[in-house]
Design a protein around this ligand. Structure first.
Ligand SMILES: [Zn+2]
Ligand SMILES: [Zn+2]
Length: 344
């Protein structure tokens, strides 16, 4: 009798737990590409929204119009994986839908970059490896006319919104917790390694520096390239690969330690081959699902995957659901990385 009562109590508390809002809620992931409801060659920017309301922009790149992009909404934190122009945003869309999906029409975003423009316009915190963070902070200062200090931290937590842009930069492996007003738990963001390069486009440097480096056809290296792991409050753990080749930390850091269950994969042939990316998904990380972006081609037409595309060939090799990062379409994921709305 006693054990029956106990079993009932356990059952009813399990039912309450399962129906609690935190578990029922989803993380919303919205790619911001050059052309609505397509996956195009320059598409990079992605917005993540936690159930508590925290909103994070990852790699602004070329597929936004800058700080005035009407699709952005509130942005509490801006992440940047590395200094390459297609991520930092040395160029920006001439206008939404400018050019075609195969050949997007962009204009220069120098001297600021889309990353700095957006962080300045939205009073966002920035979190990236420290040398690159210092570079972006200087650009935000140039836009806003005042220095960008460190974000106030209380008991190891950053509390959004910030009121003014601030720095929450860290080294590879560094982590921050970001909390929405009134939330009991925060989102945990960790910078993780990538195997790539992080040299800034010369266009984003000041004139004397630009001229000096042009002679040798080189530029500045702004610290190591990175990816990120974000643990959202509903349990979803997303690995954003950044541009990267295959590397051992995909298993040790991303899978074994962080237990990422969703991967936002940058699929670019100069960084990773189809077979290496497939091995990374199937043997190293083994997530529940993958979102594919950074495909460097017009992967869709009329919102549908082009059968002859490189992206289609890659998807055929996969053993798990692969969702296309379709611009303007919000995908919703539960804590187990199951897409419950907005996926293909
Ligand atoms: Zn790159
Ligand atoms: Zn890239």
């Amino acid at each position: 009798m006693k054990s029956k009562t106990l079993a009932l109590t356990v059952l009813s508390s399990a039912a309450i737990f399962a129906s609690s809002p935190t578990f029922a809620q989803t993380v919303k992931i919205t790619p911001l590409g050059s052309h609505a409801f397509e996956l195009c060659e320059r598409d990079r920017a992605t917005i993540f929204e936690d159930p508590t309301g925290v909103r994070i922009l990852y790699d602004a790149g070329h597929s936004v119009t800058g700080g005035d992009d009407t699709r952005l909404g509130d942005i509490h934190l801006v992440l940047l994986s590395h200094a390459h122009g297609d991520h930092m945003g040395d160029r920006k869309l001439k206008a939404l839908e400018a050019g075609s999906c195969e050949k997007v029409d962009t204009i220069s975003a120098a001297p600021h970059s889309t990353t700095a423009e957006i962080a300045a316009a939205k009073h966002s915190a920035i979190m990236m490896v420290t040398p690159m963070g210092a570079f972006i902070a200087k650009k935000i200062e140039n836009i806003r006319g005042k220095p960008v200090g460190n974000c106030p931290e209380k008991d190891g937590v950053l509390n959004a919104p910030f009121g003014a842009s601030c720095q929450a930069n860290a080294q590879l492996g560094g982590a921050r917790i970001l909390k929405a007003p009134g939330a009991s738990v925060g989102v945990e963001i960790t910078i993780v390694p990538a195997s790539h390069d992080s040299t800034v486009p010369r266009e984003l440097l000041t004139d004397p520096q630009k001229a000096a480096l042009a002679v040798d056809n080189t530029s500045l290296y702004l610290g190591p390239p990175s990816g990120y792991v974000i643990k959202f409050t509903n349990g979803l753990t997303v690995y954003m690969s950044g541009d990267t080749g295959i590397h051992t930390e995909m298993k040790s850091v991303v899978s074994d330690f962080h237990k990422a269950n969703l991967v936002l994969l940058n699929y670019g042939s100069s960084a990773i081959s189809a077979y290496a990316a497939t091995y990374a998904m199937n043997d190293l990380i083994k997530p529940a699902a993958v979102i594919i972006s950074h495909v460097n081609e017009a992967a869709t037409q009329g919102g549908k995957l082009k059968p002859g595309s490189r992206t289609a060939a890659f998807i055929k090799l996969q053993k798990r659901p692969v969702h296309l990062a379709i611009s303007g379409r919000t995908m919703e994921f539960d804590g187990a990385a199951k897409c419950v709305a907005g996926c293909n």
